[in-house]
Write a protein that binds this ligand. Structure first.
Ligand SMILES: Cc1cc2nc3c(=O)[nH]c(=O)nc-3n(C[C@H](O)[C@H](O)[C@H](O)COP(=O)(O)OP(=O)(O)OC[C@H]3O[C@@H](n4cnc5c(N)ncnc54)[C@H](O)[C@@H]3O)c2cc1C
Length: 495
């Protein structure tokens, strides 16, 4: 076995240089300027999701004003942002705030071990092919929620016989030339809805094949009200306005959909019908069996998907795959879809904590066996923060609260001389609910991939930003569920 190199000691080891990891670095430094941190990132670039996903048309499907960080204004006009613009924003922000230099790229974290004798995490990494060890008083997991190495593709019968090209959006080949080709995109989630209008600009024909319909809602890329406010108010204030406006608007849509589903269904159908050609079978292709927001509502930016259908460049087929053959897909109805390229937009594989193996004093911790405390710490696991966003609102809304909670915890512990802290549930049984109660395939396939949620504060993972924000800003304090302690002579971080 090669000898592990010493990566050094830090106050905080942050895993992942995506929205969550960079946001954590900013908030921790803002509140604890003397704290030393390192960001370990397995890829060679910043951005996480927004660097990995390179398919044509990749964009945000929640408002970029709430997806961007509250502490660094989004300066472009569009409120629905393209993937490369999000990546550029993240990269320039990390450089501007001095975070970039603390990122160690090509650093794939394998395991993290807590030792109560020293109150220290030892983080084992493969960095540029070499084993390396970092030590930290805290670890912050900004490692996202899905497997970076493997996407999800169902076991389609006959897939191997297809003579054309099969592509998954998670691994889009940079040099894929689809000009003038016949393309079939399997799936009707947010990825397909942003991908298809982009493909339709060059492909001869794009067919979206879905087993069942998804709710689509057209919305403008640019909000004129926000544009006016941005012209009048200084950037900092206009960003705050845009952010609150986006949160309020998205929360209202979600609230109406959940409380008055029949009305929401009627409104969505009416909007879809008005954007599709006369006589289009709206109910066949755009009338889901579930209620709005049982699954994520898909945004159609500037109605581009509907425009592509109207122009005859894209079509929707609602059917089941019987099998693949050499030239395409045979459907159960007997229809055959000819294809040169098939895109399997069939989803992600949920994964907690970046696949990192965790031990506490030599005992392995399975994150899915632990309840999460205030959606950012794990029951009986000291000095560990994990970051997970909302399914019904922009990820960053919770990621930023998590980063601020981590920063606050570190400050509190340092000011009291504590060296460890963990939430403790005690023996009391508590009711459990799914951490993500979303009827999406990638959640249902792997319901137990994430840490557990209880049903009551502080052990519940809610999908309610407004309630969480009120608790976070006005109610939350150190509570009796947290256990704090100190070593007789704590190890100090050098530097
Ligand atoms: C196509 C797509 C579109 C989306 N659109 C939206 C949207 O519009 N709005 C929204 O709110 N959310 C959206 N999401 C969810 C999105 O993932 C979040 O918005 C956000 O980008 C997550 O940020 P993150 O930093 O937590 O995780 P990620 O972006 O996944 O970043 C995690 C980082 O951690 C690194 N990492 C993971 N494991 C390890 C390890 N073991 N060692 C070292 N590094 C590791 C990864 O390489 C990566 O850089 C979308 C997701 C996808 C896939």
């Amino acid at each position: 076995m090669p000898v592990e190199q010493d990566g050094g000691s830090y106050d905080v080891v942050i895993i992942g240089a995506g929205i969550s990891g960079i946001g954590a670095a900013y908030r921790i430094h803002e509140r604890n300027p003397r704290a030393r941190y390192v960001i370990l990132e397995r890829r060679d670039r910043i951005g996480g999701t927004w660097d990995l996903f390179r398919y044509p048309g990749v964009r945000s499907d929640s408002s970029i004003f709430s997806l961007s960080w509250p502490w660094e204004p989004w300066t472009r006009t569009e409120g629905v942002a393209d993937g490369d613009h999000i990546r550029e924003y993240m990269d320039s922000t990390a450089r501007k705030h001095g975070i970039f230099g603390n990122i160690h790229f090509h650093s794939h974290v394998q395991s993290a071990d807590w030792d109560s004798r020293t109150d220290t995490w030892t983080v084992h990494v493969i960095e540029n092919g070499t084993p390396k060890t970092y030590r930290g008083r805290f670890v912050f997991f900004g490692s996202g929620y899905y497997n970076y190495d493997e996407a999800y593709t169902p076991d389609f019968p006959g897939l191997g016989t297809f003579r054309g090209t099969v592509v998954h959006p998670q691994f889009w080949p940079e040099d894929l030339d689809y000009t003038g080709t016949k393309m079939v995109v399997i799936g009707s989630g947010a990825t397909s809805i942003s991908l298809i209008p982009a493909l339709a600009q060059k492909a001869a024909k794009v067919t979206m094949l879905q087993r069942s319909p998804t709710y689509l809602l057209a919305g403008s890329r640019v909000n004129p009200l926000i544009e006016v406010v941005r012209k009048v108010l200084p950037r900092k204030f206009s960003h705050a306005f845009a952010r609150y406006f986006a949160v309020a608007f998205e929360s209202l849509v979600w609230f109406l959909a959940r409380t008055t589903p029949a009305l929401a269904k009627r409104l969505i159908r009416a909007q879809n019908a008005s954007r599709l050609p006369a006589g289009y079978p709206v109910d066949v292709h755009f009338k889901p069996r579930y209620n709005p927001w049982d699954q994520r509502l898909c945004l159609v930016a500037d109605g581009d998907m509907f425009d592509a259908i109207k122009a005859g460049r894209a079509e929707v087929v609602t059917d089941h795959i019987d099998h693949f053959d050499e030239t395409g897909i045979m459907l159960r109805s007997g229809q055959h879809l000819d294809a040169d390229i098939i895109v399997t937009a069939t989803g992600l594989q949920l994964q907690a904590l970046g696949g990192v193996r965790i031990t506490v004093d030599g005992n392995e911790i399975k994150p899915q066996d632990r309840f999460s405390y205030k959606a950012h710490m794990l029951e009986d696991v000291p000095n560990l923060i994990w970051c997970i966003g909302y399914t019904n609102a922009s990820w960053t809304l919770r990621a930023d609260m998590t980063a601020r909670s981590a920063a606050k915890l570190i400050e509190y512990m340092d000011s009291h001389g504590y060296t460890h802290a963990f939430p403790h549930l005690g023996g009391e049984p508590i009711a459990e609910k799914p951490t993500w109660d979303l009827q999406a395939g990638y959640v249902l396939r792997n319901m137990h991939a994430l840490p557990k949620s209880g049903t009551k504060r502080p052990w519940v993972v809610r999908q309610n930003y407004l309630a969480d924000a009120i608790d976070h800003n006005f109610v939350d304090k150190v509570d009796e569920n947290m256990t704090f302690g100190r070593l007789a002579s704590p190890a100090r971080v050098a530097g």
